[in-house]
Design a binder for this molecule. Sequence first.
Ligand code: SF4
Length: 565
Amino acid sequence: MPLSPSLLPIRMLNEYVYCPRLFFLEHVEGRWEENEYTIQGSAVHRRVDKLDHVLPDAENDTVTDNVSIQDSQGDEPPVISRSVPLSSEILGLSAKLDLVSSDGREAVPVETKRGKVPKNPERSHEPERVQLMAQGLLLREHGYECDHGVLYFAASRTRVEVPFTAELEAATRDFIVRAHAASLTTVLPPPLDDSPKCIGCSLNGICLPDETLALQAVVTNEQQTRRLFPLRVHATPFYVQEHGATVGKSSETLVVRKEGVELGRASLKDVSQLVLCGNVMVTAQAMHLLCEKNIPVVHSTMGNWFYGVTAGFGLRNSFDRAAQFEMASNEIRCLGFAKGLVEAKALNQRTMLRRNGDGTEEPLDSLARLTKRVQSVESIEGLLGLEGAMAATYFGAFGSMLRSQHVDTTFDFTKRNRRPPTDPVNTLLSFTYSLLAKEFTVALYTEGLDPWWGFYHRPKHGKPSLALDLMEPYRPLIADSAVITAINTGMIRGSDFTRSKAGCMLKDTGRKAIIKAFEARLDHLITHPEFGYRCSWRSALRVQVRLLARFLRHDIPDYKHIVTR
Ligand code: SF4
């Protein structure tokens, strides 16, 4: 049955009663994440669809979908119907009911829940009761008499009868009106404060309730910010670097083959992005599945010249992009934002030199002096000039962080050069900056922002300006750090490069090694300086991109960069 967009799915009514912010993220913006509870819930629904014992009088009979069955006395038993689609323009609701037991004009909706019976007096939670009542209202609209429903708790195999009282009906009708109004707003509702509901919420890593409240200064400094998302991001990029390979799919798994031989595979749930390096093909079926699952496909050359992303429709959050363009047209806000980026980058460059350099004070003092000038700069051009002076200071001392230079002069470094880089260290730096730009571009796409429209780097064809903006503070901490580790630990050697008049290039072995070092750096755990919890760099960067969207929509007053000490 084609459903009108003005009809509210009853499942979303449940979400609204649970948390209006969850409703907004899921229903208005189209966000979805699985967690153990949502996976269990889907499994239980699939399983219970096949069970006969859900209804009291089914144990002696065979129950089939939408079939009336005679019991041993010959009386007419209830008709059991499963996955029943119903809608009502009057109520403004649509639903697929798990199960309906009907007997003549009487009908009882039965809704399955994955957990145990709650230990409260009602033996159910309010969102569940409202959801069931709304199903009852739909059945009444379709001519049935319906005075109660049943919640079936799969984990305790228990049925709880919910009477459809006048109070429950009034509350449900009120929630329907409010949820419809909420679906038309453009303002993200505030997060729940220190609520246990957030712990089990599958969107907690997107919502960032505690981080938002901390940045809004709603909570006191003593209140700990809970890290509700996993320590490390489970899904990671899947790189395919074999010239002439094809990526296909088998069920929900990506399979890489070349000349009929399987080279590798990855389950889609473990893949955050598919990265195609050079001449690698993707079948139409695999591409459709990746778009459907909102997993971006990144296209790059073998040298990791990043030249495009294929993505599905993504989120319904065009207001975030409108806010992004609005800010991009405000020169004062852009300059303020750019100052924050440059300042954070310089502080992080200084930290890198202080931690890993030879202890020479001069570049540290120079970077500190230059950083102090950032806030007094009056134009983007002035800021670019100052950033250039910082880069000259930092890269002038960069070689002091490379410990292997006394055994391998391949890694001598005097100054930054590019397009093309002419020596191995510059080749590695350019390569990892490209990986970092790709990381932010994909994160911005996934968040529904436009990577091509920046605030500091001006829009230019083929340049992901916003990604280049956001990555500035993390160049030293992630890209440079990966390069230094790869060189100093011998992961990369002089033999991993070729040199010609066209510049210095990585061989296959070198490319694989530096990608490994870069990905390991993203998985490295840090203590978040703002929120105080442990998380991987990959998680921290994802949080940064989400917080940017919140900042653009004025959900949080300020956008802070990560600065380490
Ligand atoms: S994390 Fe908490 S505040 Fe955020 S959507 Fe989920 S329940 Fe609501």
